[in-house]
Design a protein around this ligand. Sequence first.
Ligand SMILES: CC[C@@H](CC(=O)C(=O)O)C(=O)O
Ligand SMILES: [Zn+2]
Length: 325
Amino acid sequence: MSSNHYSENQLRKYSLKLDKIPKLNYNDPKVDEYISSNEPVVIQGCDLVASANSWDLDYLKRKMMGKYTVILSQNHKFKYHDEKKIQSCKTDFKPTTRRVQMKFSEFVDKIKNWKKNDERLYLQQVLDNSVGISIVQDFVKFNWNWITEKQIKNNWGSLTSNLLLVSMEGNVTPCHYDEQQNFYAQVKGYKRIILFRPSQFKCLYPHPVYHPYDRQSQVDFEKPDYNRFPNFKDACGFETVLEPGEVLYIPMYWFHHVESLLRGGYTISINFWYKAGPTGQIVYPLKDYQKVAIMRNVEKMLNDALRDSTEVGTLLKTIVDGRYF
Ligand SMILES: CC[C@@H](CC(=O)C(=O)O)C(=O)O
Ligand SMILES: [Zn+2]
């Protein structure tokens, strides 16, 4: 996959079967068909975050005077972990990233002077009043008519947050799923996003629900352990390289892996996370994401009932072995 904006060798190499995600103009009626059926689609020309088109490091440095959330990593992977689950986790969990509060000017200096073996940086800041009046003024000029029309038409819940994502070139957010609907807007630079259906759960082996890495795939895409994760060889997904001005709809529970292109410079993205709508009438057959939600509830119920996460697997095997095929 290449275009006149980037080349194939800027994409990291994985042994995966990947189809292309369609790119449609925002007034193409097929866009609503994809969104209403929880299928990913790249939307062009909707100007969702056009008021952020001028955002670059210097502009943000001038306008953002506070301290902001920056993730530091010993390598190019920024695997998210839930701090709240660390103390209850029986195994000795060693996160590979740490979260600090950093002035924007310091963040800019560090990425501009970054050298090999330095910790990598990834600014991931919720867009709230702390970002300063200028940024808020750009924020209120987002195309809220367009996105709110989608929210209402698809009966989604409320907008929970917007993350401002400023990434160094080459950073990777490894494969995971979220339980929210997501419109992911690319502002600056190019990001490759790989997506898998929720039904690929059996190929991607997410960590157990009690684990700090809940929702994150256990599989290292760069060095897959096919002995532990044999179904990964059957994984098949979709990919796109998102360009500035484009918006990717990431359906809830769809696994996604995100990378800023190698040698592509820093990238700026803004996501829009929406709560799922009310379940309403259950329709059979169940959708794949509903089955993931059921599996999560079974794990949570067993963890709560057994009070020992190491017993959950044994009990589930006892239920299944020789009885359910
Ligand atoms: C949270 C970071 C990630 C985006 C993502 O996973 C999401 O918006 O759900 C990325 O852009 O690196
Ligand atoms: Zn995500």
